[in-house]
Design a protein around this ligand. Sequence first.
Ligand SMILES: *Cc1c(COP(=O)(O)O)cnc(C)c1O
Length: 302
Amino acid sequence: MARQVGGRLQEVRGKIEALARELNKEMARLVAVSKLMPNEAIMEAYEADQRHFGENYVQEICEKAPQLPSDIKWHFIGHLQSNKAKMLVQGVPNLFMVESVDSSKLANQLDKACDAVKRDLLQVMLQVNTSKEESKSGCEAEEAAAIASHIVNNCKRLKLAGLMTIGKLGDPNPEPYFKKLVECRSMIAKELGVEESSLLLSMGMSGDYELAIRMGSNNVRVGSTIFGERPPKEKSGGEQASPAVSGGAADKAAGQEGTVLATEGSWFQQTTSWILRHPLSAASCLALAATCAYQLRRLKLA
Ligand SMILES: *Cc1c(COP(=O)(O)O)cnc(C)c1O
């Protein structure tokens, strides 16, 4: 495992470096997205000198951060409800950036929470929904400028670092969404009266980070390419992050043919280590047993 995570990290870094040379630009920052991954996996990346990590769930990051080195620079990249802002800021003193601010209300709550703990400026990115999907993630491009100026003018503890987008999940061509974010930045920079380059772009994930960098990304968020396939997220129980699974997990796993074999059993290692540290409900145990049976068959061990 150790060599796996470190090796994959090196591979991704090599590609980012090569692109920086080719485009004659500063290297894009690599955020290793560790959601649903155990601390052991994070430490492997840490030992390979990775410091920027991304997490999606408030409860999970608040559990992990205190158990891990304090010089980690955490990026929160998941959907954040305003009423969880305080928990996030209090629970993660080394929170480096919140990339997923999507409303003035959330910005206000983060600002207030930072003020309460008297922390340094918290960097934030405005997440823009560039795909006009009904997906709840990100503000509309039309409201982005107003929220951006609200952050700049009214949130004293926040620093607007840039814009973030996910694009449209499942669309094999992310180009239109990246282009939209680039346009959105031009518009906002004009509105704020600042240089475009003072606003960073966070776009690009495992499948498209190279294209994203070519299109101007300064910050890429790469998860599965570094850590391998993620265990499934438990749907019930709100924020609870675990590889324990709901009823359809075995079916879902059945759709992941190939990837299971490709991870060389890492799913088992991660899941086992998670189980050892968390209590499981009876329903989760049953669902997990079904998934394990499936995975064992796939690996031809049973
Ligand atoms: C999970 C996630 C990523 C990483 O996805 P991979 O495809 O595993 O690289 C990046 N950004 C956000 C917002 C995510 O939720």
